[in-house]
Design a protein around this ligand. Structure first.
Ligand code: SAM
Length: 269
């Protein structure tokens, strides 16, 4: 990773290591881990993308193996890579318990040890948001290097203009610049045009879809992060509204994609 100094790097990894021990589902998925009426149980969800038996798949920033397990259940030859040794250990454990031969290594997604063209598919979900934009570009370049020609990658980033993310960005700004709280894994948000510019020179095809048109769920401060302000009885209804917006945004009203909480970037080399 390109970092200002080694203290920053150590602190960055420490937060993930510590999160792996305290509450891995929450540090990896945030409120999505606890909104069961909105999302269902994400901790045992099927793979988020199509995967074929025998395909070589890399999960870059694999966390505790949430995505690797269902991918391997379908017969793919998957590997995980994570910057946190403790997360990588959790992922190995999770896979071994599910009867898989776990191949998870500790490493940095901006410069991995794999050979060019090693993978048919690459996932990197909820990782780029914690890296500087400079390091985010390095990950895109690395993904391009690691994919075989014709291979596909899915990269999930948070959208810049979703109401939830605007509130998040504002509270984060206040905590860093007014209260001087250090947050090495602070969130970065992406605009559609920005992603298109990064991918244009690298990939043969780029498609960006928008997901989660949900209202702000909570106030993202150190103390209130777990408290959901929208009463639970509305969650299922909000899910239906969000799905409706999602269909429009990824269909006939593409302008709405600017307001998705989640942007899914699909690139083909
Ligand atoms: C929010 S979690 C997401 C985990 C997983 N992708 C998922 O969707 O459940 C982010 C993960 O990325 C890892 N990570 C952060 N920066 C990384 C980097 N530069 N290289 C590899 N892994 C990284 C963290 O240790 C953490 O496990």
């Amino acid at each position: 990773m390109l970092v200002k100094n080694s203290d920053f790097y150590r602190e960055y990894v420490r937060v993930w290591d510590e999160g792996a021990v305290i509450d891995a589902p929450f540090i990896t998925l945030g409120v999505e881990a606890i909104l069961k009426d909105f999302y269902g149980d994400l901790l045992d969800a099927p793979p988020p993308f199509p995967v074929e038996a025998g395909e070589r798949v890399l999960d870059l920033g694999c966390g505790w193996g949430r995505v690797l397990k269902p991918v391997m259940d379908r017969g793919a030859r998957a590997m995980g890579l994570d910057i946190s040794m403790k997360m990588a250990a959790l992922a190995k454990n999770h896979l071994v318990k599910s009867g898989h031969k776990a191949q998870v290594i500790n490493g940095d997604g901006t410069r991995t040890p794999f050979k060019d063209g090693s993978f048919d598919k690459i996932y990197s979900l909820l990782v780029l948001q914690h890296l500087s934009k400079e390091n985010g570009k390095e990950v895109f370049k690395e993904v391009h290097r690691l994919l075989r020609d014709g291979g596909t990658a899915y990269i999930r980033v948070p959208g810049r203009f979703a109401p939830e993310n605007l509130l998040f960005a504002f509270l984060q700004f206040v905590s860093i610049h007014v209260f001087r709280l250090k947050d090495p894994i602070r969130m970065r948000f992406y605009r559609l045009g920005e992603i298109s510019r990064i991918c244009r020179g690298l990939f043969r095809e780029t498609a960006i879809t928008a997901h989660e048109f949900r209202p702000p769920w909570n106030f993202h401060t150190r103390w209130t992060w777990h408290y959901i302000i929208v009463p639970r009885r509305f969650h299922a209804r909000l899910r239906r509204i969000s799905d409706w917006f999602e269909r429009k945004a990824n269909g006939r009203v593409p302008f709405l994609r600017h307001f998705g909480v989640v942007l899914m970037v699909k690139v083909i080399k």
